[in-house]
Design a protein around this ligand. Structure first.
Ligand SMILES: Cc1cc2nc3c(=O)[nH]c(=O)nc-3n(C[C@H](O)[C@H](O)[C@H](O)COP(=O)(O)OP(=O)(O)OC[C@H]3O[C@@H](n4cnc5c(N)ncnc54)[C@H](O)[C@@H]3O)c2cc1C
Length: 456
């Protein structure tokens, strides 16, 4: 049994960001993930917006970490090639009550340190998003809101962690905790792992893991968000993110361009009890269709490419629950519900601040450079468009998935990467393969052949 200085449980964006940061210090670190791949939980199925934090509750830890994470992830994206499109957002008021709420939202943004919001009139709203349905009375601009690739974010952080020496243990679901005087023994589905310190970043499973440490302080409610993804031909309809004015019922349904060149409508917000219920529902999709028809009628003339759902880890409170128990050498990162993609790197920094009182977290000299991630963004050059890349390596000219223009070279690279995919879904998240209109109908068999061939 190997023993580590720190075990981080959960290979989503939050756990991967924490493992990456701790992996830069002179410590032995393990990242334990229950599933076969990193980023296979909530982090793979969200609306993928890099939030400015303009609408967070001022004064909360969440508001501070979202604002900080926005900058940290923006810089990291530039260094690693995680695609980001700085589209900006427009909050649209459809009623007098919503119009009256706009100055308050602008002031709230300012209290969160975000001062770039501006109130615009109905004509300006229409100029910015001509395809909007009738009836918009005005809007609030949020120029910094951006769309990002959540898959590449998770993968870049995990790859960076591995390059820094973190031991990635996939297929290790923690099922029991045995606390000793100097170390904690974790029983997992793939054997035992011992660590001096344990960080619980288990997302939807964080409360159950917390209970294994003897705590009874919160319950995770899976809050399902369903989404409709429209075909790429719809993209000109959504030049920026169109946000609703938030109400007591939550943030509401948005229309957003995706980093892959589609348009997305969603998410719903529905509290469930089943933490595995990531399927979509007839009622949810009908609701979204109705919303799409009202917000942007032209969308309903377009094809729907895909539907999906994600589960937010709601902890029944208005803030993150991050707590260090020095006696147990245990740190909980709980309740990271709807902003964890943006805040992940800032959460890691905050966690390092707490652990730094007990562990030497000075970063080692000569750390490897951040990984250079393959570009999945539609707005940037992809291998099939890159004559120089194809001349140097003809595999980048061999298109396998025609809907998404994914080449043989990209599949090969993903399969040979430091964190290779465990299955076809993992390959999809690394390359966009089978992600398009045909959803793998044409290329699926060939992709499987390549996946199995390279894994022989
Ligand atoms: C519909 C929707 C829309 C969203 N939109 C946005 C957005 O636009 N912008 C934004 O910033 N955020 C958004 N979010 C939130 C964001 O996706 C999450 O906050 C973030 O992904 C949480 O990451 P995580 O690492 O905490 O959790 P996860 O990604 O769920 O990672 C936790 C991991 O822990 C593992 N695990 C659980 N139990 C155990 C165990 N016992 N042993 C080992 N491993 C375990 C799980 O398998 C999982 O992989 C959205 C979320 C949803 C659902």
């Amino acid at each position: 049994m190997t023993s580590y200085d720190v075990a981080v449980i959960g290979g989503g964006i939050v756990g991967s960001a924490i493992a990456r940061l701790l992996g830069g210090a002179d410590l032995s670190v393990a990242l334990l993930e229950a599933r076969g791949d990193v980023g296979d939980g909530t982090s793979k199925a969200n609306t993928a917006i890099l939030h400015t934090g303009f609408d967070a509750k001022p004064g909360t830890l969440e508001s501070r970490l979202v604002a900080r994470g926005y900058h940290l992830l923006g810089e990291y994206a530039a260094a690693t090639g995680i695609p980001v499109e700085r589209t900006g957002a427009l909050l649209v008021a459809w009623s007098q009550e919503q119009l009256d709420a706009l100055p308050g939202l602008r002031d709230k943004a300012a209290r969160n340190g975000y001062t770039a919001c501006e109130i615009v009139d109905a004509a300006e709203v229409r100029r910015r998003v001509p395809a909007l349905g009738p009836g918009a009375l005005g809007g609030l601009t949020v120029p910094g809101e951006s769309v990002i690739c959540t898959w590449t974010t998770n993968l870049a952080l995990a790859t960076d962690a591995v390059n820094r020496g973190v031991r990635l243990l996939r297929g290790h679901r923690v099922t029991a905790v045995h606390q000793g005087a100097d170390a904690t023994r974790l029983t997992t589905t793939a054997g035992e792992v011992t660590a001096r310190w344990v960080v619980n970043a288990a997302g939807l499973g964080a409360d159950r893991l917390d209970a294994l440490f003897g705590h009874d302080r919160f319950t995770v409610t899976p809050r399902r968000g369903e989404l409709l993804v429209f075909d790429k031909l719809a993209r000109p309809l959504a030049p920026c993110i169109v946000l609703p004015v938030p109400s007591s019922a939550g943030k509401g349904v948005l229309v957003s361009p995706t980093i892959y060149g589609n348009v997305m409508v969603g998410p719903t917000a529905e509290d469930l009890s089943d933490r595995t219920a990531t399927g979509t529902s007839e009622a949810g999709l009908a609701f979204l269709w109705e919303k799409a028809a009202a917000l942007m009628p032209a969308l309903t003339e377009e094809e729907v490419t895909a539907t999906y759902a994600g589960l937010r880890a709601s902890a029944g409170r208005d803030d993150y629950l991050i707590d260090l128990d020095a006696g147990q050498r245990y740190l909980l990162v709980g309740g990271i519900r709807s902003t964890g993609l943006t805040a992940g790197m800032a959460i890691a920094e905050h966690v390092a601040g707490l652990l730094g009182e007990h562990l030497d977290l000075a970063q080692r000299a000569g750390l490897p450079a951040p990984p250079r991630m393959p570009n999945l963004g539609e707005a940037f050059t992809r291998p099939y468009q890159d004559a120089a890349a194809i001349a140097a390596d003809p595999e980048y000219g061999r298109v396998v998935c025609f809907c998404e223009r994914v080449t043989r070279g990209e599949l090969r690279d993903a399969l040979a990467s430091p964190v290779p995919p465990a299955d076809l879904e993992g390959l999809r998240r690394r390359t966009r393969v089978m992600n398009g209109r045909c959803q793998g109908f044409y290329c699926g068999a060939r992709v499987r052949e390549i996946f199995e061939g390279e894994n022989e």
